[in-house]
Design a binder for this molecule. Structure first.
Ligand code: PBE
Length: 268
């Protein structure tokens, strides 16, 4: 209809994406094919650039289509909606998994146990994410959450013996959700005596680092769909340490004031 085509025209047929290696970018290329959005382009950038573009559009009540995911502070900050995805290009309910290098259990049984125990809720992560969004340094925001949640942390660390300065490397991507989780885990492992290094990389290098053992673990594995290509490519070369959060989601997201409800509405 005329509204839908004007959305494409008003946006120059651009979807505002994030870093090229993110699973949501691959899913969006699939959506462009599945929904025959031939005129549309997915523009890559970064999470920070995407949220800056979102703020700019939102403040001006202009249209924008972003690659979005939950949990993310943008849903607390703005009134947004997922576009319906009747063809299932973005899968269904996703989970966040902790992944470890082969041999981690033998080499660092204590860290392996904490990482396997790790799980928290969308609200927990939201507290850390929103504090960072509001200008707090990630390590300060994470420390505040750790200080406020000793009982939850005890469920991850109970009975685990302290170590004496063993080095451990956590790989992550600069997605807001994973900045929050990785900073929290860094503090927890440090409190158990580990010498923790956080390495910020792109998604492909992150999976590669776990598979080749140059990093020990990552809290940033999104499955079953988001990182399926990476998980298949490195099948047998990493250990899935389990789920840290369930019911997470990826998709196309627009401000609630936009007059469209489905990805199908992007097609003329
Ligand atoms: N994300 C956040 C990532 C996983 C975590 C949805 C942007 C991705 O698309 O790969």
């Amino acid at each position: 209809d005329s509204n839908a085509s004007s959305v494409g025209e008003s946006l120059n047929y651009k979807i505002t994406g994030i870093d090229p290696g993110a699973g949501i970018m691959e899913a969006t290329e699939r959506a462009i094919t599945d929904y025959e959005l031939d005129e549309w382009d997915l523009v890559s950038g970064s999470s920070a650039a995407m949220t800056a573009s979102l703020k700019k559009a939102y403040d001006a009540e202009e249209p924008i289509v972003i690659t979005g995911w939950t949990p993310h502070w943008k849903f607390a900050e703005y009134d947004l909606k997922y576009l319906e995805d009747p063809k299932g290009s973005y899968g269904g309910e996703e989970e966040i998994h902790t992944i470890g290098r082969t041999g981690l259990q033998e080499d660092m049984p204590e860290a392996h146990q904490v990482l396997s125990n790790f799980n928290w809720t969308e609200d927990d992560m939201g507290e850390v994410m929103i504090a960072i969004k509001n200008g707090e340094k990630p390590e300060v925001a994470a420390q505040a959450w750790v200080d406020a949640n000793p009982e939850k942390i005890a469920t991850w660390t109970e009975g685990i013996e302290k170590v004496d300065g063993d080095k451990i490397k956590l790989a992550y991507v600069a997605w807001d959700s994973e900045i929050a989780s990785t900073n929290v885990m860094s503090i927890v492992l440090t409190s158990l005596g580990y010498d923790v290094t956080m390495v910020q990389v792109e998604a492909g290098p992150m999976w590669t680092a776990i598979a080749d053992g140059s990093a020990d673990a990552s809290l940033a594995g999104w499955l079953p769909l988001t990182h399926a290509t990476y998980a298949e490519k490195f099948d047998g070369k990493f250990e899935d340490l389990g789920t840290s959060m369930t019911g997470v989601k990826i998709g196309l997201v627009v401000p609630a004031y936009m007059d469209i409800t489905s990805i199908e509405d992007l097609k003329e």
